[in-house]
Design a protein around this ligand. Structure first.
Ligand code: F0G
Length: 343
């Protein structure tokens, strides 16, 4: 995304070999989006990068209409590992198999590692996980216990773990997974499914950690608008925790993204330097989107409300988008994504 080098999708890089920046998926054929009869994750396979996909279960989650007029909740806690991360992992694991790997490596705040390790187990692969020593211990237990992944604890935050995973992938024959282009493509299915259910919406609200999801949501909506499946682009709002808000600060000040030390109990989105941050800012400007923050207390109250009203078990980061909805001055019809429930 910096030097404009191009690689065929048969090459197994996740990072540019020339300038070390992120890669983006570009399709040879300019495809047009159209809804499929079915509204499941794999029904959107033709909008994914080519591969011989094993259809591991993912996505196909429901949309609940909230009691407040106009609030629609996409319930991603219904995924096999209880977060939207499964939508990205289902593609990544297929790519790892296509390239002939038997081991994947991933850095994570928790959910992404739990998700990719689950799919690695299904595919009969090994998983190496790099995670901050201060990460959520229950998530670490799930990754190690349920998925039999190998945990490498890192002194530092998520960004330090991410750098360690990249270094590990350079020295070992392992497929680098995480917040890279294939995950972004898979996560777009969430928007395809939700828009088929609700057809039009004024605002889409998503939590932000590494901003891969935010960038994917923006790209998916632009793709649907260009394909004339939706008439207008909704406003897209990214939500960071008040204690980890590098993108909020950069977007609202017009300055470059500066790395922060995350200070929030919403461990899923405790990210101090979002990898897809610059790309998200560029796209947010295109759709008149914005960034907001919510406090840990606001997320805690929202998680309790989601439980009480709808029986949804959301973790703090998972409750961030509907928590942000409560604070919007103009509400209209809004889609808030409840991204995860590993509590
Ligand atoms: N919600 C949940 C529940 C998450 O786990 C994450 C990210 C996000 C939202 C934000 O998505 O990073 O694409 O902006 N979790 C990552 C992880 C960082 O390692 O599990 P993003």
């Amino acid at each position: 995304m910096k030097c404009s080098a191009k690689y065929k999708s048969s090459s197994d890089f996740q990072i540019c070999q020339k300038c070390s920046s992120l890669l983006n998926a570009v399709y040879d054929e300019k495809k047009k989006f159209s809804y499929t009869k079915e509204n499941s994750y794999w029904s959107y396979e033709e909008h994914m990068p080519d591969s011989k996909y094993m259809h591991y279960p993912a996505g196909g989650t429901e949309v609940i209409i909230g009691e407040e007029d106009g609030l629609y909740l996409k319930v991603e806690t219904e995924n096999p590992t209880k977060s939207f991360k499964d939508r990205g992992s289902a593609i990544e694991i297929n790519k790892a198999a296509e390239y002939g790997y038997d081991t994947i490596v991933c850095a994570s705040t928790g959910n992404m590692a739990y998700s990719i390790s689950h799919y690695a187990k299904l595919a009969g692969m090994n998983a190496e996980v790099f995670i901050s020593r201060s990460a959520n211990k229950d998530k670490v237990k799930l990754i190690r216990g349920t998925c039999a992944a190998r945990i490498n604890e890192v002194d530092g935050d998520f960004t330090d773990a991410q750098n360690a995973a990249i270094e590990y992938s350079k020295k070992n024959k392992v497929f680098l997974t995480g917040d890279y282009c294939y995950r972004k493509e898979g996560q777009k299915t969430l928007i395809f499914e939700a828009m088929k259910n609700i057809r039009s919406v004024d605002t889409v609200i998503v939590p932000v950690g590494n901003a891969t999801f935010l960038a994917g949501v923006l790209e998916a909506l632009i793709y649907m608008k260009e394909s004339r499946v939706i008439n207008t682009l909704p406003k897209v709002i990214g939500v960071e925790a008040a204690g980890a808000k590098p993108l909020y600060t950069a977007f609202n000040s017009g300055k470059r993204i500066e790395r922060e030390t995350p200070r929030t109990k919403a461990d899923a989105i405790a990210v101090g330097f979002p990898t897809f941050g610059e790309e998200s800012i560029r796209l947010l400007k295109k759709v008149s989107g914005g960034m907001v923050t919510v406090t840990d207390e606001e997320m805690r109250l929202e998680a309790a409300l989601l439980k009480e009203k709808y029986g949804i078990n959301a973790e703090l980061g998972g409750a961030a988008s509907s928590a942000a909805y409560r604070k919007l001055p103009q509400k209209g019809k809004a889609l808030a994504v409840v991204t995860g429930g590993n509590i």
